[in-house]
Design a protein around this ligand. Structure first.
Ligand code: RIB
Ligand code: CA
Length: 312
């Protein structure tokens, strides 16, 4: 059966441990063609997240250009990241040295790619939304060249960065508000989506076994992914494992049957108080935004293991 052509996407990220798994999943999946990876600070300072993104491209033996972007949010510096990512952003797991970043800055690269695209592109955001907001706010007509925006962002309930806010939304709520209002349909993988996919010891062992069973000379990317997952402390006492947030945003585009998408109206608290960055998600409205429910967590890890096994 004729397979549909790959979806061309730009992946904006702040690697970050779960970003790393999402990036490797994207690089290993023929359903996606990454036109560029753009990087912001967030989980670690930009210098670290940029080096990590370049190292992950090398680990995946890919040639995707990597562009440096925002080192701070629109209105303030980024807050400190979740300590589970470690000072290096990779929980201490080493990556190979990567290629030099491309010379164009992230927001300019996003705009240039959208302007030149022969067909609408997909924007994927798995870090603070600063780069996406700068691109879309600087040249609003480019929104017509965006097929869909998929974000790991927000929460229906309690946050993880603060009691009110999910980390990416909290880092730059104004940027998220700009992206939500830009016009293209937005699909959110929320905290609840990722919490349905804890990296349990059994799932990590299965990933490690896939890496060990790889043909000679292969399996390094899968082994690195398993090592990253194993190095993560669970952020919630008693949880069976660390949630897999960012890979859910990519898996939606690769294997949508793993999810259900519900229409939602999303609004942001942009005030200075303790609820800053809270996403109020109204599921009652039929709106252009959607939130994802993960229906098959085992299917997600099977997808991840199978795709990572394809990498060197
Ligand atoms: O709240 C989870 C999000 O914040 C993920 O993207 C993780 O990488 C961190 O950036
Ligand atoms: Ca991230």
């Amino acid at each position: 059966m004729q397979k549909s052509p790959p979806r061309t996407a730009i992946l904006d990220c702040d690697p970050g441990t779960d970003d790393a798994l999402a990036i490797l999943l994207a690089l290993a999946s023929p359903e996606l063609h990454l036109a560029a990876i753009t990087v912001a600070g967030g989980n670690a300072p930009l210098a670290r997240t940029l080096a990590n993104a370049c190292g992950l491209v090398a680990l995946g033996a890919a040639t995707v250009p990597v562009h440096a972007g925002a080192a701070r949010a629109l209105l303030a510096p980024y807050p400190p990241g979740w300590p589970g990512h470690g000072a290096d952003g990779m929980a201490g797991v080493p990556l190979p040295a990567g290629p030099a970043p491309a010379p164009t800055l992230a927001a300019d690269a996003i705009r240039a790619l959208l302007r030149a695209a022969p067909a609408p592109l997909t924007l994927i955001g798995i870090g603070p939304a600063t780069n996406l907001a700068l691109a879309l706010a600087t040249e609003p007509p480019l929104a017509a060249n965006v097929e869909e925006i998929v974000l790991m962002s927000g929460a229906l309930g309690a946050g993880n960065a603060t009691p009110a806010a999910e980390f990416n939304a909290w880092c730059d709520p104004e940027a998220l508000a700009i992206v939500l209002a830009a016009g293209p349909p937005v699909t959110l993988a929320t905290l609840e989506t990722g919490r349905a996919a804890p990296a349990t010891p059994a799932r990590i062992a299965a990933l490690r076994a896939r890496a060990a069973a790889a043909r000679p000379g292969r399996g390094r990317a899968a082994a690195t992914a398993a090592a990253i997952l194993a190095a993560l402390p669970s952020p919630r006492r008693g949880a069976p494992g660390s949630p897999l947030y960012d890979p859910c945003a990519l898996a939606w585009l690769i294997a949508p049957a793993l999810f259900a998408a519900r229409p939602a109206a999303v609004s942001l608290d942009l005030g200075p108080g303790p609820s800053r960055g809270r996403t109020s998600i109204d599921l009652r409205e039929t709106a252009r935004a959607r939130v994802l429910d993960l229906l098959d967590p085992d299917g997600l890890f099977t997808l991840l293991g199978g795709r990572l096994a394809r990498l060197p």
